[in-house]
Design a binder for this molecule. Structure first.
Ligand SMILES: *[C@@H]1O[C@H](CO)[C@@H](O)[C@H](O)[C@H]1NC(C)=O
Ligand SMILES: *[C@@H]1O[C@H](CO)[C@@H](O)[C@H](O)[C@H]1NC(C)=O
Length: 493
């Protein structure tokens, strides 16, 4: 993509930018946090690295990915601290990055990070285009064998484990993976609409094709490819959420209602399931698996499913009488034992997007008998962001390389092993485990990585590389924070 074309957008956005409101103190340098949160993705890059790679301790890797299936599946991102590439969470990462740019790109332009954010997204969508190159019949769901990969502690650059290619097709469908890819490509088409119209058009037409495949051949990849994705990225929540989510994004990207009946049908099925399973927390779920709260917040922007979107807000707001989310004594949202920061980031992003809508509509949020102004949601998101950046009982930032105290034992193969620059010779599979188990800090700083977070519902944190639930970073934890930090660059409230 050409820089000149992107500048047209950035400069346009700068002119449109509204003046920030006054009020709360800027506790942290959100520009720096945004900049670092994007840098992290360079540490996750697979394939031939571009000339503008800034995280230089990482080198080319997995240059033959796809070969086993006779296709090109190089590049894209490793999902977390291992070296497997999974299309389902990668696509969700792309959708969140795109949504962050769509809603809060003005804050990125202010910090000159719009281009970095767009490049971060494009490295992802370029891979998703490869994963869907053989539609209408096939979508590639992953590259790598998670069992042999996890049995090694190996640098991506040294990888010698098998790289099988797993696909879904018309007889072995995967509506969640194809649906999330459709959502990601549709959302990204909005981001690139002005900066690169030809690329935007490619993304949108592929999004439509992926949606047709997902919706026509319904089934879960958990059944079709089984233990390759389960238990790692097993689709626990079913695929109706991805069908609704993708349809809603396609409506937004095409500025039409063409997908509305599919969206409504999928939501009807979700609600039936909700009744049967008494799954009451569904309205505050937003993760690589479960898109429910995101669907309602997205649709509420066009005046649909407003009650459900409000249920999300009321489930999250700390003072809400109908709150369902728990908080630690120090104020961090607590949802799960492992990788809790995923919920912290994704629900904070949703809160900011929903607050923007409520404010534009000049409404308030009604929770039981209590009404809240939109800024209460902004306050919630700010408290979460500030906690992550260091305002917490441990006095540490959960973003690597941010602030004076941050995690040193990140559960990440490339970051913990020596770089090729200092140790050019091959380190075989099991030899690497001495780097997992030793108490020394990681050798390479995975700058900007936001890790799993404090111990199970407490404000205490064990900086222990062997505890992946606490110290592993992932692309879909960082992605929503990109939007959150961008928001706080030029909004105080
Ligand atoms: C469809 O996918 C399944 C599972 O990946 C595979 O076993 C099967 O051979 C594929 N069918 C075709 C026609 O490619
Ligand atoms: C984590 O916290 C939850 C909720 O407080 C509790 O149910 C669960 O048993 C805890 N798990 C561990 C491993 O401590």
């Amino acid at each position: 993509m050409s820089m000149e074309r992107i500048c047209v957008v950035v400069c346009g956005v700068l002119l449109l930018m509204s003046t920030a409101s006054v009020g709360w103190e800027q506790k942290h340098d959100y520009k720096l946090a945004l900049s670092k949160s994007l840098l992290f993705f360079e540490g996750q890059r697979s394939g031939q690295l571009p000339s503008w790679q800034r995280m230089t301790w990482r080198k080319n890797s997995a240059l033959r990915d796809g070969q086993e299936g006779g296709v090109d599946l190089t590049e894209g991102y490793y999902d977390a601290g291992d070296n497997v590439k999974y299309s389902f969470p990668m696509a969700f990462t792309a959708t969140l990055l795109a949504w962050s740019i769509i809603e809060f790109g003005d804050g990125m332009a202010m910090g000159d990070e719009w281009i970095n954010a767009a490049e971060t997204l494009k490295w992802n969508t370029d891979f998703l285009l490869k994963a869907t190159a053989n539609l209408p019949n096939t979508v590639y769901a992953m590259v790598g064998n998670p069992y042999s990969d996890h049995n090694c502690w190996e640098r991506p650059e040294d990888m010698d484990t098998p790289r099988p290619v797993y696909a879904v097709n018309t007889t072995h469908p995967g509506s969640e993976v194809a649906g999330e890819i459709a959502a990601a490509l549709a959302a990204a088409s909005i981001v690139f609409k002005i900066a690169d119209p030809a690329y935007s058009w490619r993304l949108l037409s592929k999004a439509k094709e992926a949606y047709y495949f997902a919706n026509t051949y319904q089934g879960s990849y958990s059944d079709s490819i089984g233990d390759a994705v389960c238990p790692f990225y097993c689709d626990f929540s079913g695929y109706q959420d991805e069908l609704a989510w993708a349809g809603a994004w396609l409506n937004k990207a095409t500025d039409s209602q063409k997908y509305q009946k599919h969206v409504d049908a999928a939501i009807r099925k979700i609600k039936l399931m909700q009744e049967v399973t008494d799954y009451s927390s569904i309205d505050t779920e937003f993760s690589w698996d479960n898109k429910h709260a995101g669907i309602y917040v997205l649709l509420s922007q066009i005046g649909q499913y407003k009650k459900e979107a409000q249920t999300f807000a009321c489930g999250v707001l700390p003072e809400s009488p109908t709150r369902t989310i728990q908080y630690t004594p120090g104020g961090l949202l607590f949802k799960t034992e492992g990788c809790n920061n995923q919920a912290v980031g994704s629900l904070s992003l949703l809160a900011l997007i929903y607050a923007k809508h409520v404010r534009l509509a000049r409404q308030r949020i009604t929770c039981g008998n209590t009404k809240f102004p939109a800024w209460k949601l902004v306050e919630f998101a700010k408290n979460q962001a500030d906690y992550i950046l260091g305002t917490n009982p441990m006095g540490m930032s959960y973003m690597v390389g941010f602030g004076p105290k941050f995690p040193q034992h990140v559960h990440h193969r490339a970051s913990s092993l020596p770089s090729i620059d200092v140790h050019p010779s091959f380190i075989p599979c099991t030899d690497g485990f001495s780097y997992l188990d030793n108490p020394n800090p990681n050798l390479n700083e995975l700058t900007g990585a936001i890790i799993g977070g404090p111990n199970n519902g407490t404000d205490y944190f064990d900086d222990d590389r062997r505890r992946a639930a606490l110290t592993e970073p992932t692309t879909y934890v960082n992605a929503p924070f990109v939007g959150v930090f961008a928001y706080f660059i030029n909004h105080k409230k």
